[in-house]
Design a protein around this ligand. Structure first.
Ligand code: NDP
Length: 338
């Protein structure tokens, strides 16, 4: 298939590129600069004409994707991963909400207007659009694709964490509304992962410029948590390679059409991550919090359950273990200087 992937420089997208190429697809990915395109290109010497690029500098601009989409006759599928995931926010609307929402509606409008050959669109949403943060760890509740985060615009601007969760919720809602109102020729599937862990690609990353979800592991191995293990926050996770495969399968498997996928491998805590590093990388012992250090454990009052059956049944995803994910992540962090 000829596939357009947005945000090819991202942590998750880098793995989507690899799996699309492995599955024999032709990949065109958007990046913000030629420099990023060159780095990705030179890391895939065998891809040849199966890997190409379009520059889209800012997805928050209306019509940002029009030129890229217009330039790709015969396009069959689109995977939209680009969206800000960070908490360095001065203006929630400008920094988080606009790129998430306008980015999502912008790509859908561009496909409808200029690419009638597109059959399937997959959008990276998040557990952020499922979880109700106001209910805490919510013992007794089982989260599934049926749940929606009830966050409001008023709450969104209260702090960066609310802002990020709202950006994902509003963007995903906008996608489903677009599908209902515009009745385009293509189907939509959304991926809702919680914390995504796993190896980074060395050609795009540095320890300082690390993507948000892996920062907790970098902090552990660089001695930043020696006095206390931080709160785990989100207690469910998925490996980036399993998530990337789910994105690709969602354009390949017809039954994925028009479904939301809550994709998690299960529970984890920062304390477990710490013990996995201790066991597998004795060279980091002096940087890690000692065995007596508190924090980072499961909440005492209990925790929500999760139903990840759809992603297993429809997409056939088998989940990697936390140990495999953390070991491969730490090895990749070493390759960029940890
Ligand atoms: P990254 O920060 O690594 O990737 C984000 C991507 O979006 C980058 O390619 C970035 O480009 C691009 N981007 C952000 N803002 C803009 C903009 N205004 N204009 C153009 N491009 C932009 O994060 P992840 O790979 O982790 O995230 C990818 C997706 O997955 C996001 O939609 C995120 O919300 C979602 N997600 C991630 C989770 C996680 O734990 N990692 C969990 C749940 C969902 P550049 O690199 O040039 O800045």
């Amino acid at each position: 298939m000829k596939v357009l992937l947005t945000g090819g420089s991202g942590f998750i997208a880098a793995h989507v590129v690899d799996i699309l190429l492995e599955h024999g697809h032709e990949v065109i990915t958007t990046v913000r600069s030629q420099e990023k395109a060159d780095k990705i290109k030179s890391a895939h010497p065998k891809a040849g004409s199966n890997l190409d690029f379009r520059i889209v500098e800012d997805i928050a601009q209306e019509n940002a994707f029009d030129k890229a989409v217009q330039s790709l006759p015969g396009l069959e599928a689109v995977i939209h991963t680009a969206s800000p995931f960070h908490f360095n926010v001065t203006d929630t609307k400008k920094d988080l909400l606009d790129p998430a929402i306008i980015g999502t509606t912008g790509i859908l409008k561009a496909i409808k207007a200029h690419a009638p050959s597109v059959k399937h669109v997959v959008i990276t949403s998040s557990f952020a659009s499922i979880v109700d943060g106001s209910k805490g760890t919510r013992p007794g509740h089982t989260y599934s694709e049926k749940d929606w985060n009830p966050v409001t615009l008023e709450e969104a601007v209260q702090n960066p964490s609310n802002g990020y969760r709202a950006s994902k919720t509003f963007a995903e809602k906008a996608a489903w509304e677009f599908l209902e109102k515009e009745k385009p020729n293509f189907t939509v599937a959304t991926m809702c992962p919680p914390l995504v862990l796993g190896p980074i690609v060395h050609y795009l990353n540095s320890l300082d410029g690390l993507n948000t979800s892996n920062q907790r592991v970098r902090n552990l191995i660089t001695g930043q948590n020696k006095k206390e293990i931080p709160d785990t926050g989100t207690y469910i996770w998925v490996d980036v390679r399993d998530l990337a495969l789910a994105h690709v399968k969602a354009i390949e498997i017809p039954e994925a059409a028009n479904k939301r996928f809550f994709i998690t491998a299960g529970y984890f805590t920062n304390k477990e991550v710490c013990e996995i590093i201790r066991k597998n990388f004795p060279e980091y012992e002096s940087e890690l919090p000692g065995k007596e250090i508190k924090g980072g454990d499961y909440p005492e009052g209990g925790l929500y359950k999760y139903d990840n059956s759809r992603v297993v049944e429809v997409l056939g995803i088998k989940f990697r273990t936390l140990e495999e994910s953390i070991v491969d992540l730490v090895k990749s962090l070493k390759s960029v200087g940890a």
